[in-house]
Design a protein around this ligand. Structure first.
Ligand SMILES: [Zn+2]
Length: 409
């Protein structure tokens, strides 16, 4: 039995505790409270004091593509380091650069992403995987969460073949604390018929779903009338005929990624069905000024989470950086305590880990991170100072199931 103590315990979903403590045994939290009360009740427990620090839940990166962590170096090496002009240019560049890289390099890139995540205080991920042969990179990671194997295309036979490749992997979890999910890529890269194939597999194998949805104005135009830049430039480049019927509504029960251009009726539908939405503000800011309707989603009761998206559109894999950006990009929306809740408990909830992790409370897994108290922060300003800190918060420990898993930097 161990007692971890620090100047502050920020449990999420419960008030801040000064001189806080966590009682941990067998990888679980037995109690959260003050140092004084837990030490008095458990005099035999070993004490680990973090000093002028904050103990809080690990961050959840609910949407990322860790296999693309080394994308900036790949792009630079192929002379494609510049900024794409728009969303379609961005996709086409991604495809061109990815074709220059072998699967071994992708596996190394994925391993790098897993390590960078841990260093940034992320303990739980919702990762999208395209390169199935890179799966061994997950074999020893302590990260929790879901690896969503991605499929796309409008040719039914080719998508069926891809689903066969994915199915062959499902017998073995990708990592010790990771489970499989399935990701239909996006409504503009699937037809109603191919999406139906994916949904059938998800249902039969009980796989959680995650799908990019309502990300850009180009996507909205494509779904509304089958035209616009995606039809004019992406489809010819991919050598695809335009689908007779693109998907018109998101899959039932799936996690939605982005949700920037959601309509009010779609928000109501998402709320009714209990689906979550992962917002990726820094990635979205690459493709215009449109911001996800955070207030409307919250009002409707939709569970929200944060994601960094990939290094192809985002400057880092740090959810601390994402939080700092979100706090200023979404002006006059949520208070810092709510943003911290979205980045922790919200992420755990949308990945199906509510009741297991994402908060610090008795009975949950002993998943927590430790950061120094930001300079000058007082109890009333601590959440704001943490949100503003970005990667500079300086994660000093990351415990998953009670074990410190922070890599040496
Ligand atoms: Zn994405």
């Amino acid at each position: 039995m161990k007692i971890f103590t620090a100047r502050y315990l920020l449990p999420v979903g419960a008030p801040l505790v000064e001189d806080g403590a966590l009682l941990v045994a067998d990888g679980r939290i037995l109690a959260a409270g003050t140092r004084r009360e837990l030490a008095a009740a458990h005099p035999g427990a070993a004490a680990i004091d973090f000093g002028e620090a904050v103990i809080l839940p690990p961050l959840v990166n609910a949407h990322t593509h860790l296999e693309l962590t080394d994308f900036p170096q790949w792009a630079a090496a192929t002379g494609e380091g510049g900024e794409p002009a728009d969303f379609v240019d961005w996709i086409l560049r991604l495809v061109r650069v990815r074709r220059t890289v072998g699967d071994t390099a992708v596996q190394a890139s994925l391993a790098n992403g897993l390590r960078q995540s841990l260093l940034a205080g992320t303990g739980i991920v919702g990762d999208i995987l395209t390169t199935l042969d890179a799966v061994p990179a997950y074999a020893t990671t302590p990260l929790r969460g879901t690896v969503f194997a991605e499929a796309l295309g409008i040719d039914v036979a080719r998508v069926a073949e891809r689903l066969g490749d994915i199915t062959a992997r499902l017998g073995t979890p990708p990592g010790p604390a990771l489970t499989w999910g399935l990701s239909p890529h996006a409504p503009y890269t699937l037809s109603a018929a191919t999406l139906a194939r994916l949904l059938a597999l998800a249902t039969s194998r009980k796989l959680p779903l995650a799908m990019h949805w309502a990300e850009t104005a180009e996507e909205t135009a494509f779904l509304a009338h089958g035209g616009g830049p995606l039809a004019q430039r992406l489809y010819p480049a991919a050598g695809w005929p335009l689908p007779a019927t693109p998907p018109t509504c998101p899959p039932p029960g799936g996690l939605l990624i982005h949700g920037v251009h959601l309509r009010d009726d779609e928000i109501d539908d998402i709320a009714r069905s209990g689906r979550g939405v992962v917002i990726c503000p820094r990635s979205n800011s690459c493709f215009g000024d449109a911001r996800a309707p955070v207030n409307a989603l919250r009002r409707a009761g939709v569970a929200l989470a944060l994601g960094t998206d990939s290094r192809a559109s985002s400057p880092s894999l740090s959810v601390w950086d994402e939080l700092a950006f979100a706090r200023t990009w979404f002006t006059d929306t949520l208070d810092p305590t709510s943003w911290l809740e979205i980045a922790t408990a919200g992420g755990a909830a949308v990945l199906g880990l509510h009741g297991h992790t994402g908060r610090l409370a008795a009975g949950l897994l002993a998943d927590f991170q430790v950061v120094p108290v930001p300079a000058g922060a007082m109890p009333a300003t601590l959440a704001e100072a943490l949100c503003a800190g970005g990667a500079d918060v300086g994660v000093q420990a990351l415990h998953l199931a009670g074990e410190n898993v922070l890599p040496h930097s």
